[in-house]
Design a protein around this ligand. Structure first.
Ligand code: MG
Length: 377
């Protein structure tokens, strides 16, 4: 595929700042693979033409969601990706993404650079990110993801979030915390849009148990099986009625193609931060649309920078199911951006202005920063 036609003179990346940031979570977040009490992430700023673009990495400190880690990504960004790109010029973010394409894996580290450049590039055109991505609309539908906890507490939290207008409730499950939870939740909330997310904690040997979830009218079952196992999800889908939604399995459009062609995913959770960036996320989106498979935007407990990127991406037309981009205040007492990213009646407004439309709160960011490294071309 040739480079896209340039819409502006190439932007030369002439500087960068890579920070390691730590934000405490309001409440611990427990899923099948463990509990998070704080969010630690790389925050990248790219500079060109007097403008700045920002993005954050969505990898965890330990390889418990996918194989990437914060330490590994910081090292790759510091020693390889940023030195490779500083002083280079790109007329379009797709061109930058193509420069990174020969590297194997490391989609989260690559996405950090690629997304920062999209923000920078959109700002250089004085356009919102959603516009350059091909999205439209002033707000997006959102749901919430509720971590694992006592069933009674979970029922209270479902009620509270439905009352706030959230359009879908996703329940984290794991073996032993599944059928009884769903029985109770469906009894109390017969009409709610409910889904479950297993974060890979079952195997095909659990197909009988997973089939029992067909009784609860779930919108979908998210990633029940192995993080890199598209094949077994196709086998499972042939045995259950509830649509399977893939998350961890879909890092690239090639993964999406294989899942779609084998009926391993009837819904796809797109996380731009784990897919190499917006260019690849958009290809996954377009491919799913061609298969008439709906998508939604997943979250990784991002700060306001990553959250804003997710919201802009969610305005593309095939994001027809509510995403995970809920209010930042559900996770953080104070965010690192000036703008408050809060939902109203289950809708998240798209931040206005050029690029991602949010600005760093530099004072608070300084207090949350563990390490900083500046780069100059
Ligand atoms: Mg998930």
């Amino acid at each position: 595929m040739p480079d896209p036609a340039p819409t502006r003179a190439p932007l030369r990346i002439d500087g960068a700042t890579l920070r390691l940031v730590r934000l405490p979570l309001v409440t611990p977040f427990t899923i099948a693979t463990g509990t998070m009490t704080e969010k630690v992430f790389p925050l990248l700023t790219l500079r060109a033409d007097g403008l700045e673009g920002h993005a954050e990495g969505v990898m965890d400190p330990l390889p418990d969601y996918l194989e990437e880690t914060v330490a590994g990504a910081m090292d790759l960004l510091d020693k390889v990706l940023l030195p490779q790109l500083l002083g280079e010029s790109f007329a379009h973010p797709e061109s930058l993404a193509r420069r990174l394409a020969p590297w194997r894996g490391n989609y989260m580290a690559r996405a950090t650079v690629e997304m920062a450049f999209w923000d920078l590039w959109a700002k250089s055109l004085n356009l919102p990110l959603q516009t350059v991505l091909g999205g439209e609309g002033a707000a997006v539908d959102v749901g919430v993801s509720l971590g694992i906890g006592p069933v009674a507490d979970t029922l209270d939290r479902i009620a509270a979030h439905l009352a706030q207008g959230y359009r879908r409730i996703k329940l984290k499950v794991r073996p032993g915390h599944d059928i009884a939870l769903l029985q109770a939740a469906r009894r109390e909330f017969p009409d709610a849009h409910l889904t479950v997310d297993a974060n890979c904690c079952y195997t095909l040997a659990d197909a009988g148990l997973i089939a029992r979830m067909d009784d609860f009218g779930l919108d979908y079952i998210e990633q029940p099986l192995g993080w890199d196992d598209i094949h077994d999800h196709a086998v499972l889908q042939s045995r259950i009625r509830t649509p399977i939604c893939l998350d961890e399995c879909i890092r690239t459009a090639e993964h999406a193609r294989k899942a779609l062609q084998t009926d391993a995913a009837r819904v796809v959770n797109i996380k731009v931060g784990r897919s190499g960036g917006h260019a690849e996320a958009r290809r996954i989106h377009d491919l799913c649309a061609a298969f008439q498979v709906p998508v939604w935007c997943g979250g990784m407990l991002e700060s306001g920078i990553g959250r804003a990127h997710n919201i802009h991406l969610s305005t593309l037309p095939n994001f027809t199911k509510p995403g995970d981009t809920s209010s930042a205040s559900r996770y953080f007492t104070r965010d690192i951006v000036e703008e408050r990213l809060e939902t109203s009646d289950g809708r998240m407004p798209v931040p206005k202005g050029p690029g991602i439309g949010v600005t760093l709160d530099l004072d608070y960011l300084a207090s949350a920063t563990l390490a900083t490294r500046d780069f100059r071309a």
